[in-house]
Ligand binder design. Structure first.
Ligand SMILES: Cc1cc2nc3c(=O)[nH]c(=O)nc-3n(C[C@H](O)[C@H](O)[C@H](O)COP(=O)(O)O)c2cc1C
Length: 188
């Protein structure tokens, strides 16, 4: 069973990202194509990149980097649950990506994005340039959540049937690409 790691990219107190991730992770577990785990950047709490060497060398001085490296190395595929901030993706997500190099390579990544005005689409378009630099394969099928419609007056996420079917289609495609990329992965 390939291992899917869902990365929660918002670290903000009071964030909605945790609720979006809970909703999506339930669908991913029901899909049963992956062994699903969650990496919450708020809990992982990486400092701003504080390693002296380029991550491609893998010479990590800090325990937090070694732990993060192990978390990402053991995954076969990723889903980024990501907000849009100022038409871009969140700074903690970029920081977490920059910490590592080989650990990301030849792995597909899919996106569950959300935002007030664009459902996070601009953030997703922006991060594709970053992930492809690391030889990751972005999945075209994506869940894009317009928060104005998907969150009720109490701030609770109200997922639609469309969001559910799109999440399943995205997971199907992620599963196909995960199998394909496993064949080109260089053993660590
Ligand atoms: C610093 C900041 C910038 C934001 N910029 C955008 C934006 O450019 N586009 C958008 O659709 N929503 C934007 N929003 C609204 C967020 O998408 C919304 O607050 C969402 O709940 C943030 O995700 P989080 O709660 O998981 O942190 C912004 C929110 C914050 C805090």
């Amino acid at each position: 069973m390939p291992r899917l790691t869902v990365i929660i990219a918002s670290t903000r107190p009071g964030r909605i990202g945790g609720r979006v991730a809970d909703w999506f992770t339930g669908i991913a577990r029901d899909h049963s194509g992956f062994d699903v785990s969650v990496a919450d950047l708020a809990e992982i709490n990486l400092p701003f990149l504080d390693e002296p060497h380029h991550p491609s060398e893998g010479r990590y001085l800090h325990e937090h980097t070694r732990r993060w490296s192990a978390t990402i190395a053991e995954a076969d595929a990723f889903v980024f649950v990501m907000p849009e901030y100022n038409f871009g993706f969140s700074a903690p997500l970029k920081n977490a990506i920059d910490y590592l190099y080989h650990e990301w390579q030849y792995k597909p990544v899919a996106f569950v994005s959300y935002g007030m005005t664009s459902a996070g689409l601009r953030a997703v378009q922006m991060i594709k340039q970053v992930v492809t630099t690391l030889k990751m394969m972005p999945v075209t099928e994506a869940v894009s959540i317009p928060l104005r419609q998907a969150v009720d007056a109490d701030g609770q996420l109200q997922p639609t049937a469309g969001m559910h079917s799109t999440a399943v289609a995205m997971l199907d495609e992620l599963q196909r690409l995960t199998a394909a990329f496993a064949t080109v992965r260089v053993p660590a």
